[in-house]
Every structure is written in structure tokens, then in C-alpha cells.
Design a protein around this ligand. Structure first.
Ligand code: GDP
Length: 527
């Protein structure tokens, strides 16, 4: 029998972040393969396509070649239970990614060795920094002619403002890529793409830089490597666990995901270096993962993949204790107690009913719209986890119905899609308009498609004169004054919170200057 502490401490919960095309899907596939979760390479990609086959709106995703939804994959590796959270790569769905990052304890950043640090990587790193999420870096595609490793590390340090501590070091690149040297273990793994991917495309592993076998295999390149390693050891940071855990330093690995080369070292690092489930903040106190009592928060709501079933899945990160099937838990916001009999996990192969889950794990709770984004569940205590953000949208459109008799369905559909986080919904105080807000414009296409497909509502969206939104906090008296002066700019969001809908930056600035006691915020915590 394992103890609660042992079970929790063998959890590793992380997400892979990258600019599209850097190799996230490929790497995911290989990691799952190591976990025995998939038998054949290619399944993740196939699954990506097939799991949506029943759902037409997902056609949109396939057509555009992007992933709208995130998913969760759990697999065992060595003595650990790994939870890998997938995030959509397209920036229009960045809110989803941000929220997913609130549910992990660490992240793996994939960098394309040819392209270096790209725009999405910078944004994602900014999000990780909000919580000082520890990051491991995998520099991918060493089988291509890329940039020099020193150059890449310099760029990461300069642009992303994070120290690099190389753990492996590449020997050559592109056609001349021979393998990697492991700076900590003092081993050299030789790359051979003709070896099967199951073997990690490795022909041989030898111990020691001074091993004569190195000269046999590398010839004059052996001395170059020795010199390189000496320089690297002298000039770069050595691994510092505290710096890594506080998000200030990233250990760096080199490899080629498509060849499965260097991937095992990365996964071993997740086990050996990455944090066990971390404590999480609530409005009142820190919750330690080892507490006996179960608690967790919902970081994502997803419509059922089969649109014929109107149910939704709430993804809950277990923050403390142990969950077991049939457990009665309190939904803190409404004060209700419910028995969760049908929680699911998304095993890499299949969904299955979960009998138990521990802090660090993710469970999916089917519901009919009764669970909202950001909600906390406990075994009774009135806790509310903090830090699950909604971001001020940058694009706004007004929903117009083709058939006015469908107003109820439209309202219901938009309300539900807003609760899922697919879009944000605003209602100006002075009109009956339904205004949609999005962080990326593709979100509108998805909402229009889903309204038609799931709610049978034909809606079109047209532009409206809103430039940005802010959530406002102030006294009722100040709110009344603000509404008197700016009747067209105040309203509420989908959850009923007060918002200011600014027609321009200048309009917003003036309102802020005139009402110094009103707090205008760009993010809203969902709970
Ligand atoms: P994602 O958009 O980040 O999920 O990237 P994918 O995993 O879909 O990979 C993008 C492209 O890069 C695909 O064509 C992959 O086959 C390719 N790719 C991934 N890893 C490697 C690698 O190590 N070497 C090379 N040459 N190509 C790779």
C-alpha cells in the first residue's frame, strides 16, 4: 500500500509550450510512447483527427490545421504518474492555453533549432513568468542545419530573460549531427536515424569524454567536442535546482523529436528535476497538496466532443488530497454538495472511469452547465482558488439573429459558450445587444459554427464600435456616476460582473482620469 504522500509525490503535471510547428505534437507522441500509452507512432496525430470525426464543428479545426481544444493525457513512467496537458498552438485560443498553464506545476518549452525563439514562445513565457513556472527546454530538429547551439542559448537568455543550463550538448547538426553529450552523466549517445525510433535512433551510448571509442567513432570531431564541452562548462550556468524551481533557470536538452532522439533524457528530467505537485493559493490560505482533504479547481470547460450529447466536461485540477469515485464534494460557489460518480480521465488511449485521483491529477466531471470556469470544489471548507484569469478581449462583435424567434436559443447558446470560455459575452446597460468579445478573431468563427451546429441558431456577427473592455470595481455611488456620464459604455459580462466597454483608448483614458476611485482591470479572476 502506498501512502497519500507517496502517491502525490510521484505525480508530475506539465504542459508543452511552443510556437506552432516547433514539434509539440511530435514530442507529445514520443513521450506517450515511452509511457507505453501508445503502441504506434502517429497515433496522437491520428487521434487528433479522429476524436473529432463525430463533431462537425471540429471540421473547422481540421481545415485550418489548428487545435482548438486542449486535452489531458496521463501515463506511467518509471515510478511516476505523468499528467501531460495539451495546449492549443494557435494564438487565437491563447486564453485556453493561459488557463491550462494555471493547472500545471511545470512546462516543457520546445524550440526549433532552425528558427530559434519565436513570437508565440515569448508570449507563453510571459504567462509562465506570472507564476514562476519551472521550465525545461528542448531544442528540437538537430537533424536539420540549424543555428549554432551557443547562439540559440544566447537568444533564449537575451529574449526570454531566463538563464540556460545545458544538460546535453549536441555534436554537429544537420547531416553532420552525430549525437549528444550528457554533461551531468558524462555519456555520449550516438545518433543514427537508420535505427528504429523505438530505440531512440541511438546506435551506441558510451561513458566518458576521454573514452578512446569516442575517437574511433568521431575522428577529429572528438577533440572538437572535448574543447566545446570545456568551453560550455566554463561559459554557461550549471544546473541549479532552486533557480530552476523558481523559474529563473531552464535546463536545456538537445534532440530530434521526430527521430525520438534525446526524448528519453527529457522525460527522465521531468521525473528527476521537475516539481511534485505544488501548493496553491486560495483567497484565504495556501493549500498544501498533502492535506488529507480533497480540493481542486476547474480550469477548463469543454463541450462534449459528441454534439448530440449536450453535456460538458469540467476539467478539474486536484490540488490536495485524494479523490475517489462517488465522493461527495462541495461546489463552493453555490454551496451545493454533489456526489461525483462519473469522473473521467483522458488516458492517452481512451477515456476511462476514474476510481481515484490524487493531487496533481486532472479529472473530468461531466455536467449540464452547472459547473463554471474557475470554480473550487472541496470536502466542505469554503476555499476559493485564485489566479484563473479572463483577459480583456481585443475584438468585439455584435450578434445579430437571422430568425428573431430564436432569441432564447441565441442567449442560451452564447451564455453557455461564454461559460466554457469559448468567447466572452457582454451586455451594455442601455440596450438588449449581445456583444461578443474575443482575444483572437478565429473564436468568432468557432462560436458561429457551434451556435448553428449545437443550438440550431443562425447568427451573424457584425462589427461594433467597441475598442476594449475593462472590468470595473467601485462603490455603487461611483458606478451610478460613471453610468450617468457614460451610459453607452457600461454593462455587464456573462457572469454579471460590471464592465466598461470603451469606444477608444482615449475614451478609456478619460474615464479613468475622471474616476480615480474606480478600478479598471484588464483581467478578471474567474471564480
Ligand atoms: P507542432 O505544431 O508544434 O505540434 O509541430 P509538429 O509536431 O506537428 O511538427 C511540425 C513539423 O516538424 C512536422 O512536419 C514534423 O514532422 C516536423 N518535425 C518534428 N520534429 C522534428 C525533428 O526532430 N526533425 C525534423 N527534421 N522535423 C521535425
Amino acid at each position: 500500500m502506498t501512502t497519500l504522500r507517496e502517491e502525490i509525490d510521484r505525480r508530475r503535471t506539465f504542459a508543452i509550450i511552443s510556437h506552432p510547428d516547433a514539434g509539440k505534437t511530435t514530442l507529445t507522441e514520443k513521450l506517450l510512447w515511452f509511457g507505453g500509452a501508445i503502441q504506434v507512432a502517429g497515433e496522437v496525430r491520428a487521434r487528433k483527427a479522429s476524436r473529432h470525426a463525430t463533431s462537425d464543428w471540429m471540421e473547422l479545426e481540421k481545415q485550418r490545421g489548428i487545435s482548438v481544444t486542449s486535452s489531458v493525457m496521463q501515463f506511467p513512467y518509471r515510478d511516476c504518474m505523468i499528467n501531460l496537458l495539451d495546449t492549443p498552438g494557435h494564438e487565437d485560443f491563447s486564453e485556453d492555453t493561459y488557463r491550462t498553464l494555471t493547472a500545471v506545476d511545470s512546462a516543457v518549452m520546445v524550440i526549433d533549432s532552425v528558427k530559434g525563439v519565436e513570437e508565440r514562445t515569448i508570449k507563453l513565457l510571459d504567462v509562465c513568468r506570472l507564476r514562476d513556472t519551472p521550465i525545461l527546454t528542448f531544442i528540437n530538429k538537430l537533424d536539420r542545419e540549424g543555428r549554432s547551439p551557443v547562439d540559440l542559448l544566447d537568444e533564449i537568455e537575451d529574449v526570454l530573460k531566463i538563464q540556460c543550463a545545458p544538460i546535453t550538448w549536441p555534436i554537429g547538426m544537420g547531416k553532420g549531427f552525430r549525437g549528444v553529450y550528457h554533461l551531468v552523466e558524462d555519456t555520449i549517445a550516438f545518433f543514427d536515424p537508420t535505427q528504429p525510433s523505438e530505440k531512440g535512433a541511438t546506435s551506441e551510448v558510451i561513458q566518458g569524454l576521454d573514452n578512446p571509442r569516442l575517437d574511433e567513432l568521431l575522428g577529429s570531431q572528438a577533440d572538437e567536442l572535448r574543447l566545446d564541452v570545456e568551453l560550455v562548462r566554463g561559459a554557461s550556468h550549471s544546473f541549479d535546482r532552486d533557480a530552476y524551481l523558481s523559474g529563473k533557470q531552464c535546463p536545456v536538452f538537445f534532440g530530434s523529436a521526430v527521430n525520438n532522439f534525446g526524448v528519453r533524457s527529457l522525460l527522465d528530467a521531468v521525473v528527476d528535476m521537475s516539481p511534485t505537485p505544488l501548493a496553491r493559493a486560495t483567497e484565504t490560505r495556501q493549500v498544501d497538496p498533502h492535506e488529507e482533504k480533497f480540493s481542486g479547481f476547474v480550469f477548463k470547460i469543454q463541450a462534449n466532443m459528441d454534439p448530440k450529447h449536450r453535456d460538458r466536461i469540467a476539467f478539474l485540477r486536484v490540488c490536495s488530497g485524494r479523490f475517489e469515485r462517488g465522493m461527495k464534494v462541495k461546489q463552493v460557489a453555490g454551496g451545493k454538495t454533489l456526489a461525483i460518480n462519473n469522473a473521467i480521465t483522458f488516458m492517452a488511449r481512451d477515456r476511462s472511469t476514474t476510481d481515484e485521483a490524487y493531487a496533481g491529477d486532472i479529472i473530468g466531471i461531466p455536467n449540464h452547465g452547472t459547473i463554471r470556469l474557475g470554480e473550487t470544489f472541496t470536502e466542505g471548507e469554503n476555499l476559493r482558488f485564485t489566479g484563473i484569469p479572463s483577459f480583456a478581449p481585443e475584438f468585439f462583435q455584435r450578434a445579430i439573429l437571422r430568425n428573431p424567434l430564436k432569441m432564447k436559443q441565441l442567449q442560451k447558446g452564447l451564455q453557455q459558450l461564454a461559460e466554457e470560455g469559448a468567447t466572452q459575452l457582454f451586455r451594455p446597460s442601455v440596450s438588449n445587444e449581445l456583444i461578443l468579445g474575443a482575444v483572437g478573431t478565429l473564436q468568432f468563427d468557432v462560436v458561429a459554427y457551434r451556435l448553428k451546429d449545437e443550438y440550431d441558431v443562425d447568427a451573424v456577427f457584425e462589427s461594433c464600435p467597441i475598442n476594449t473592455a475593462r472590468w470595473i470595481k467601485c462603490s455603487d455611488e461611483d458606478f451610478r456616476k460613471l453610468s450617468d456620464l457614460y451610459p453607452n459604455n457600461v454593462g455587464t459580462d456573462g457572469a454579471g460582473d460590471r464592465v466598461y466597454l470603451a469606444s477608444s483608448r482615449v475614451n478609456l483614458q478619460l474615464a479613468q482620469e475622471r474616476f480615480p476611485n474606480v478600478q479598471f482591470s484588464e483581467t478578471r479572476e474567474v471564480h
